[in-house]
Write a protein that binds this ligand. Structure first.
Ligand SMILES: CC(C)(COP(=O)(O)OP(=O)(O)OC[C@H]1O[C@@H](n2cnc3c(N)ncnc32)[C@H](O)[C@@H]1OP(=O)(O)O)[C@@H](O)C(=O)NCCC(=O)NCCS
Length: 209
């Protein structure tokens, strides 16, 4: 079934929805996919995500610099394409483990729960890594991000032109660990039978001499 997204950008674009969505962790091998997704954000969304205009080159550099040993990046794949990302980056280990989060969902797929689903998954991952504090920084005008953060009991502090959201994840539990394991299993299971479902490049025929 195909559903038309409310508030879709650009207008009139019909996008198949959550039935075909898969959430999975990205790896360093997915850097190109991550860069492609971030480059598809329109100028306003880039501004909200990066606190200013960023060029394609700056996005490439950002992805190349990402320290995958300190980051967990969850991708939302809709009909096989990366359309949303939640980034959890550990920024401090002592005296408490702290991490920052950032989110992006491409325009036509916004307002359909993808950002909320990403934050939920990222918080479960933070909880299972014993992260004490998760920080989300956004521009004051970014009401949508503040709305999502408030669903997870974030304490919002309003500064000059910016808002800081602080979330204190609970300790890991059997259920939170199972939740993450089940999510990972759901994401990777199809690849056993059809690797190209996760890495479309695998299905491309080899170059002819
Ligand atoms: C912020 C962002 C990640 C949200 O993703 P999303 O998939 O659209 O989010 P969701 O659909 O899960 O939730 C959006 C919520 O905001 C609400 N909302 C939409 N416009 C709003 C507005 N102007 N003011 C307040 N709330 C608004 C929606 O109703 C929805 O709430 P609901 O689930 O209770 O109905 C996405 O808009 C985005 O990528 N923006 C650009 C980059 C950015 O701002 N990143 C955040 C900086 S870290």
């Amino acid at each position: 079934m195909t559903t038309t997204v409310k508030n879709a950008k650009p207008a009139g674009v019909a996008v198949p929805l959550q039935a075909a969505s898969v959430y999975r962790k990205l790896t360093a091998a997915d850097s190109g996919l991550l860069a492609g997704h971030l480059k598809r954000l329109d100028p306003h969304d880039r501004h909200l995500r990066f606190w200013g205009g960023v060029t394609d080159t700056a996005i490439d550099e950002y992805c190349a610099r990402l320290d995958w040993s300190a980051a967990v990046v969850v991708g939302a794949f809709i009909d096989g394409d990366l359309r949303g990302v939640g980034e959890l980056v550990r920024v401090r280990m002592v005296p408490r483990i702290m991490a920052e989060v950032a989110f992006s969902v491409e325009g036509p797929w916004q307002n359909e729960g993808v950002g909320t689903a990403l934050l939920r998954r990222v918080l479960t991952i933070a909880r299972n890594r014993c992260i004490d504090r998760v920080y989300m920084l956004c521009l004051a005008e970014n009401r949508k991000m503040q709305k999502i953060a408030s669903k997870f009991e974030a304490q919002l502090s309003f500064g000059e032109g910016e808002v800081e959201g602080r979330i204190l994840p609970a300790w890991p539990s059997y259920f939170s660990l199972m939740e993450e394991a089940v999510e990972d299993g759901k994401a990777w299971f199809p690849a056993i039978f059809d690797p190209a479902s996760l890495w479309p490049g695998l299905s491309a025929p080899p170059d002819q001499p």
